[in-house]
Design a protein around this ligand. Structure first.
Ligand code: GLC
Length: 716
């Protein structure tokens, strides 16, 4: 449909019909059960006409249900408009992939794009049009439960993934390709900066930090064509995002040139009253429509008060028309006027959902996302070894994480099932192990199994509700009962391999005596098979952390790209008056970019094709890597730079490029990585992005700490 045709429709709409388009209601109002509720439920006190004409619906799933709802909607709508069916497909629809924080550890953009593409296919065949993904909040605080949904602590790596996800969800022709869905960038902005890691808490970051660290990933998704942006719950500079004109009019629309609609997060418009920035719902409606928030999710400030505002000042009719046009343009971009049912197909749904090929993809991506943190020469396990597998995460289907809406526990391959399918002598305990308490029975069972087997695989971690939204933790250790279980097993077992299932970096001090620690995250539907393939060596682990693991919660926030400070510890470690703690190091226990494999790879002969470059230039970085093992390995070569002098203090190191290479047994490869010098730009005091002439260090290595090779170059 042309824009003129959309404008003609708007011309015919009554003001109330226009206001209805700005309302998003949850599936509860259209189906007989609450399918997807992720926020407080108000009594909205709305009439049937408003329900019939609300512009979009959240949380419907099922092809036939979607078809029925759309058919009913179009018939009831005075202008036969279609609705948009949106939902949270965060890392898979029914085939659940690893959580985004695990995807962030793959350093594999093809894998992330494939995850999004399969998620889109399963969602669209089940009737959905748009997913509230990717979540691109940079994270530095593991106390915040929603680190689970982020790809990590680095602006550049998050931006790379942002592009891959949008491409995977939307493809190249969203209107015609009904196997794709529209993507929604969230949460704009800087929701991950919640003070104390406490969800929904105040965010107080400088505009420099906002622009340099938090905004790049959102902008990358918008540049990649994401169709919708969601507001964050938090304030920025004291102003709630949903009423923040500077953030949405000046930055998102003027600077980022985003033309699509903005949707509030659940109840976020009305919550401006709680923030103490809106006096009442009418004030909240005014602030939000002036800021350019087009869709109100699950509250009715617009429904109740926009017409009053229009009666008082005609400018609000212009703002309303602007919002309706953006919403209808989104429906048009999805082809909903020509094909309101898009990909919904009850027959195809049965063959596509959770297909073998999707399971295979989920398994392979889970294998790529797991990070081997410790291995005291025990892994890989021999398939003939006598192995016992037990612990609270050993036989549970709770491997999918907090945002696995349509995922089903009984469709998950458990860790025990995975090991049994691969090993020849794997004993699975029949005793129940609880996440939060040990029983006399479980402890006896644990000791018995530990003493009668060569190896114990102890599966520990979090329940799905312990991370994700509204799941902040002040203590990021494993539950005390699990620490006790580990200590008892450690005291009698020959060898102990801990497999962790969790949605955040943890303080792993208490299990440091394990012979091996595999961070499996919430690995998804095929998690057990992925764990088994890694533990038995059929897959060489290649995951590299995209978020630092602190020594303890007192270090938080701890991240790799820190400033040097005026009293750097490294310069005078014996000195008292330097930046340090008295009781713990300054450094993460497991740093950004870290991960072990079953191989060791040497790095040699770092060379740059120029020592002096122009500001708009490309520097060719060459390094020789050698796989010193007799097994195939995947190595992620990481390139960090340091700008030695800037207008603002520049981080000691910043990831600026990386390349993942496969190395056959004992293979040596010369690898060339191109560094575009425009990536060396940073936010100056006047808030402009620019690259300075000057001196730089360039460092290359397997993670952000082991950067053995370095070269200097300068820009002029
Ligand atoms: C939730 C989340 C948001 C999600 C939305 C709809 O509160 O903050 O990420 O997309 O509501 O479920």
């Amino acid at each position: 449909m042309k824009q003129t045709e959309l404008l003609a429709i708007i011309e015919k709409m009554s003001p109330k019909e226009k206001v209805d388009q700005l309302l998003q209601l949850a599936a509860d109002f259209y189906t007989d059960n609450a399918e997807d509720r992720t926020g407080p439920m108000d009594n909205l006190n709305i009439n049937e006409t408003t329900i019939d004409n609300a512009g979009s619906i959240l949380g419907v799933s099922g092809a036939q249900k979607a078809i029925d709802i759309q058919k009913n909607y179009i018939e009831n709508n005075p202008h036969n408009l279609p609705t948009i069916l949106m939902a949270d497909i965060i890392h898979g629809f029914r085939t659940i992939f690893p959580i985004p924080l695990a995807l962030g550890c793959t350093w594999n953009t093809d894998a992330v794009e494939e995850m999004a593409s399969i998620s889109a296919l399963e969602s669209s065949v089940s009737g959905l049009h748009l997913t509230f993904s990717p979540m691109l909040d940079l994270v530095r605080d593991p106390r915040w439960g929603r680190v689970l949904e982020s790809t990590g602590e680095d602006p550049y790596l998050n931006s790379v993934y942002a592009k891959s996800m949008v491409k995977g969800y939307q493809g190249d022709n969203l209107k015609e390709d009904v196997t794709k869905v529209a993507a929604c960038v969230k949460h704009f902005a800087a929701y991950g900066g919640a003070i104390g890691g406490r969800d929904y808490n105040t965010v107080d970051v400088s505009e420099t930090t906002l622009r340099e660290k938090y905004l790049p990933s959102y902008q990358a998704a918008i540049d990649a064509g994401a169709k919708l942006v969601m507001t964050a719950f938090n304030t920025i500079e004291g102003v709630p995002a949903s009423g923040n004109k500077k953030l949405f009019r000046d930055v998102l629309r003027d600077e980022f040139e985003f033309k699509g609609p903005v949707i509030s997060d659940w109840a976020a418009i009305k919550e401006m009253i709680n923030h103490g920035v809106a006096a009442n719902e009418k004030d909240a409606a005014r602030l939000a429509i002036e800021a350019g928030v087009d869709i109100e999710m699950m509250t009715t400030c617009y429904d109740k008060h926009l017409l009053e505002l229009i009666d008082e000042d005609a400018k609000y009719m212009d703002l309303l028309d602007e919002a309706v046009l953006r919403i209808l343009e989104l429906k048009n971009d999805l082809g909903l006027f020509e094909n309101p049912y898009r990909g919904a197909d009850p027959v195809k749904e049965k063959e596509v959902i959770l297909s073998e090929s999707h399971r295979e993809s989920a398994r392979e991506i889970a294998e790529k996302s797991m990070v081997l943190l410790e291995n005291k020469e025990i892994l890989p396990l021999d398939k003939t070894a006598k192995i016992a597998v037990f612990g609270p995460k050993a036989t549970t289907g709770d491997l999918m994480g907090a945002w696995s809406w349509q995922g089903k526990f009984d469709e998950v391959i458990t860790i025990a099932e995975g090991l049994v399918s691969k090993g020849e002598h794997v004993s699975v305990s029949t005793t129940n192990y609880d996440l939060f308490e040990n029983t006399a029975e479980s402890l006896v069972d644990a000791k018995e199994l530990a003493t009668t087997n060569d190896v114990v695989v102890l599966a520990l971690g979090e329940a799905d509700w312990m991370s994700g939204e509204a799941a902040s933790r002040s203590d990021i250790k494993l539950p005390q009962s699990q620490i006790e279980l580990f200590k008892i097993v450690r005291s009698v077992a020959k060898k102990v391999v801990v497999v962790l299932v969790n949605g955040r970096p943890l303080d792993l001090t208490d299990i440091s005596e394990a012979d091996a620690i595999l961070e499996a995250w919430f690995p998804g539907t095929e998690g057990g098979n992925a764990v088994a393939n890694i533990l038995f060596g059929d897959v060489n682990p290649s995951g590299r952390l995209s978020m630092s693991f602190p020594e303890n919660v007192g270090q938080v926030p701890v991240y790799y790209n820190t400033e040097n400070t005026g009293r750097p510890y490294e310069a005078a470690p014996e000195e008292k008056y330097v930046s340090k703690y008295l009781d713990v190091s300054n450094y993460a226990k497991y740093p950004f970019g870290y991960g072990l494999s079953y191989s060791s790879v040497s790095y040699d002969n770092l060379a740059l094709d120029k020592e002096i470059g122009e500001i708009e230039d490309t520097i060719k970085v060459t390094v020789t890597v050698t796989n010193q093992s007799d097994r195939l390995t995947t190595e992620t070569i990481q390139v960090y730079t340091r700008d030695l002098v800037g207008e603002t203090a520049r981080p000691l190191k910043e990831l600026k490029a990386f390349k993942q290479v496969e190395l056959a047994a004992n293979e040596t490869k010369e690898v060339v990585i191109e560094l575009e010098t425009k990536k060396l730009a940073y936010v100056h005091q006047d808030l402009s992005w620019a690259v300075d002439a000057g001196e730089f260090n360039l460092m290359v290595g397997p993670n952000s700490r082991e950067l053995k090779l370095a070269k200097s170059f300068s820009l002029r």
